[in-house]
Design a protein around this ligand. Structure first.
Ligand SMILES: Nc1nc2c(ncn2[C@@H]2O[C@H](COP(=O)(O)OP(=O)(O)OP(=O)(O)O)[C@@H](O)[C@H]2O)c(=O)[nH]1
Ligand SMILES: O=C([O-])CC(=O)C(=O)O
Ligand SMILES: [Mn+2]
Length: 590
């Protein structure tokens, strides 16, 4: 490991880039770490970090015979999910952050969080983590540096991003040309929920996160950079940074159509990205390729299409519900070299969670002997971190510097009632309205109540780094001469019957809906108009081999229910005035 003892102003630089060196010096002067380590991303560095974490209990070794290279991390019980109420987007002008974000004046926010950072790394190591979001040689990629005092964050960032020497070289090269990198400062602090903030300064390309070690709060390349900061950059540079999976669907003719889909947190992105088609489809030659499971950056190409890259290099996936039946690709991916966070373990020290299989766990996520009276054995938001390359369906085109062309955009939410299995938007503006009108039941991915329907436009409510009205305008701006935009759809895997059972089997069977979507894109499948959009014809979704599915109920359009839904959408858009674009407001029925 390249350990560099800090010697005040004479500290070994670690970089040729003066702006980076100066920032690290400033942060070190504020946080006063015992030592500074510049991370190179090497295997040796990773091994040494893990050894140190095993020694101090940050990591616990899992069964190395069944799960080589796998470790468990138990977080503080109060630090298990994103904290939206403590997450701020601090534009100079409050209006630019919009009613969709918590706001504080930048000067006040800096003062408040810098007071927490003051001296917080005494007795700790400061790690400098250079990273690249996207393929290292792609012009669409963007770089950042995270400074953190958490070795767990370093190990996760190594899986989730292109981290280390190659990223630093790109940052230095771009820096010499005057191109900035995103600066992220993170400390786990005291893990005190009352001394915790996740602050974003889009105009300064800066993130400051204090008091949490959890994924979306602490792995700053992910939601903080690749969505909140990047969405702001994308607005000004003419591209889109979205909370979307990217999946390639190969039809029997060997044609691959790439689909980008936005579902809110813990609503099925990882599962759809890794879908295995039913056997009848596989026999005919249908295949699915995984490009990304959480974030998608889309740029208009010279051919007028939208080209997408996955800025991430790994998956930070929800463990509960992942099984041989629901998601065999995810399960195959996490047999080795995986970091598990807040899962349970069996008596032979294998990772376990609800929905995995019918074994009984021995120890729960907090390290207690398992007792059902204490609730689930694994935390509902327990996660695995793994390199995307370990996924059996990993698409080699993920590394394309120019990205992959998107044929269809799919929006979706968790709606127990009202919303049909699938419908298509009539055109781009209608599709943007459909995305803007999204709502979904809240999940364990963020702290707070679970199962409450809230409006979550484009699954970006917690992640859009600017005013939603401007964001919808930005989406509309892609419809211009020469554009060959993807068709837009909406799906709902989660509609329930009167007894509270899911009407749709979901998971691999979602292939049937994707087949219709690809059919529409290719101009082959028929559709009928309805008050919400274009629906498949009565036999439009392939039903072969599907017994007991009530298609009538899945596609039922309740006129009265929709009229109150549209009223709710309109009053939501009212809150965004005067910035909500007229095209969206009128598409929502005014
Ligand atoms: N009923 C049903 N549940 C599903 C389906 N797909 C996923 N789920 C459930 O949704 C939950 C989480 O899904 P993920 O795919 O991990 O969610 P995600 O959208 O990737 O979430 P984040 O990583 O939080 O952004 C799990 O409990 C799954 O079992 C489906 O088709 N039908
Ligand atoms: O960011 C996280 O912590 C995990 C995630 O994907 C989400 O919450 O959408
Ligand atoms: Mn997510």
């Amino acid at each position: 490991m390249n350990a560099v003892p800090q010697q005040g102003a004479n500290a070994t630089p670690g970089t040729r880039l003066p702006s980076l060196r100066q920032w690290v010096d400033e942060v070190a002067a504020l946080t006063r770490p015992d030592r500074i380590v510049w991370c190179d991303g090497s295997d040796a560095e990773d091994a040494a970090l893990k050894e140190a974490m095993l020694a101090d209990g940050t990591l616990i070794a899992l069964n190395q015979d069944t799960h080589p290279g796998c470790f468990l991390h138990r977080s503080h019980p109060d630090d298990v999910a994103r904290v939206e109420h403590l997450t701020f987007v601090c534009h100079q002008d409050r209006e630019d952050s919009g009613p969709n974000n918590h706001w504080m004046a930048p000067a006040e926010a800096h003062a408040k969080i810098d007071a927490l950072f003051d001296g917080c790394m005494q007795g700790r190591t400061l790690y400098v983590v250079p990273y690249c979001m996207g393929p290292i040689d792609s012009p669409l990629s963007r770089c950042g540096v995270e400074i953190t005092d958490s070795p767990y964050v370093v190990a996760n960032m190594r899986l989730m991003t292109r981290m280390g020497a190659a990223a630093l070289a790109r940052i230095e090269r771009e820096g010499a040309e005057g191109k900035p990198f995103v600066r992220g400062l993170h400390s786990t602090g005291e893990l005190d929920p009352d001394r915790r903030y996740i602050m974003h300064f889009p105009e300064e390309l800066t993130i400051k996160s204090y008091g949490s070690g959890y994924g979306g709060n602490a792995l700053l390349g992910k939601k903080c950079h690749a969505l909140r900061i990047a969405s702001h950059q994308a607005r000004h540079e003419g591209w889109l940074a979205e909370h979307m999976l990217i999946v390639g669907i190969e039809n029997p003719q060997g044609e691959v159509h790439y689909v980008a889909a936005a579902f809110p947190s813990a609503c099925g992105k990882t599962n759809l990205a890794m879908l295995i088609p039913p056997e009848s489809y596989r026999e005919k030659g249908w295949k699915v390729w995984t490009v990304g499971d959480d974030i998608c950056w889309m740029h208009p190409g010279e051919d007028g299409r939208l080209w997408a890259i996955n800025p991430e290099a790994g998956f930070f996936g929800v463990a509960p519900g992942t099984s041989e039946k629901s998601n065999p690709n995810a399960l195959a991916s996490i047999q080795r070299d995986t970091i598990f966070t807040n899962v349970a373990v069996t008596d032979d020290n294998q990772p376990w969670w609800e929905g995995l299989d019918d074994r009984v766990p021995a120890i729960d996520w907090q390290g207690r002997p398992y007792d059902p009276a204490n609730g689930p054995a694994a935390h509902p938001n327990s996660r695995f971190t793994v390199s995307a390359r370990q996924c059996p369906t990993y698409s080699p085109h993920t590394e394309n510097p120019q990205g992959v062309p998107i044929s269809a955009i799919v929006f979706g939410g968790r709606r127990a009632s009202l919303v049909p299995l699938v419908f298509q938007a009539r055109d781009w503006a209608h599709g943007v309205m459909v995305g803007a009108a999204m709502a979904s039941e809240t999940t364990a991915a963020a702290t707070g109540a679970v199962g409450v329907v809230r409006r979550d436009p484009m699954a970006m409510k917690p992640f859009c780094g600017y005013h939603f009205g401007d964001y919808f305008r930005h989406w509309l701006s892609f419809d211009r001469p020469g554009a060959r935009l993807p068709a837009i759809f909406h799906v709902n895997w989660f509609r329930k019957d009167d007894d509270g059972r899911f009407l749709w089997p979901g998971f691999g069977e979602n292939m049937r809906v994707l087949e219709w979507i690809i059919g529409r894109v290719r101009g082959e499948a028929a559709a009928v108009d309805s008050p919400v959009g274009l629906l498949p014809e009565a036999d439009g979704i392939n039903r072969d081999g599907l017994d007991g599915v009530d298609f009538e109920q899945l596609f039922e359009i309740d006129a009265e229910g929709w009229s109150s839904e549209f009223a709710a959408i309109r009053s939501y858009l009212d809150e965004l005035q005067p910035r909500a674009p007229e095209a969206i407001v009128s598409a929502a029925g005014r």
